[in-house]
Ligand binder design. Sequence first.
Ligand code: GUN
Length: 289
Amino acid sequence: MTAQMIDGKAIAAAKRQEMKTMVAELKSEGVVPGLAVILVGENPASMSYVKGKIRDCKEVGIYSRLLRLPDTVTEAELLDEIKKLNEADDIHGILVQLPLPEQISEQKVIQTISPEKDVDGFHPTSLGRMMTKQDSFVPCTPAGIMEMLKAVHVPIAGKHVVVVGRSNIVGKPASLLFLNHNATVTICHSKTTPLAQYTKQADVLVVAVGRAGLIGAEDIKPGAVVIDVGMNRNEKGKLVGDVEFDEVKEKASFITPVPGGVGPMTRVMLLENTLKAARKINQYRKAHA
Ligand code: GUN
């Protein structure tokens, strides 16, 4: 079997096209959705991600404001900037690019962002709402994975989903989201042994570890759906995922490439969350005018 590739780049491009209309509709009601992005320091990967996010905003008509701070910034200074953005009427979503320098507590930063503007979906309020199946901002990578599976009509309910990785950004929220969609979920991590015993049982395998070559053809079940969240540079400097794409594609039914798979979907879900935040704030204002 040769797997069908899930083209995240194309799915995301189509979604951005749809979003242009939705953004224009909101603008006709007098609201321009606005996203603030805070970038601390000069981490090249973070700089590149942020540049992409700003470019995406421009494409769909979302206003964006980039705030760059030196990596010597104090926690108090950063929290003050967030508080100002919490109060800013032209900003509906706030994203602080992670990781942050050592002197700053990521949790304090996340918890200072107003839950109404938490477009990353990392605030305990968002996560708690998701855990209890209430409407919430869903972290962008898990949300993007769901959208890709929907786009290629892969059913989730009743399937065994194995998530490798338990980060707060991907693994844990993805597991919860699959559970909310009635999957049976297994979460694996660095202490899971033997990993292959679990991954081989997956109908849908989500790999979010950050180690090139972690999953080979021998680690999956024939016909599995394989979602690769990894982003690694191999010895030739080429961008690769956690999955041995060439061999796994011969055994899987669906597979996401790296690059061009989960990455573009993560980016487009940030735009969706920003639009959702702008709509909610607009509705609240209309109701209380
Ligand atoms: N760093 C890597 N991924 C992300 C993300 O989704 N959001 C934020 N804020 N920082 C990140």
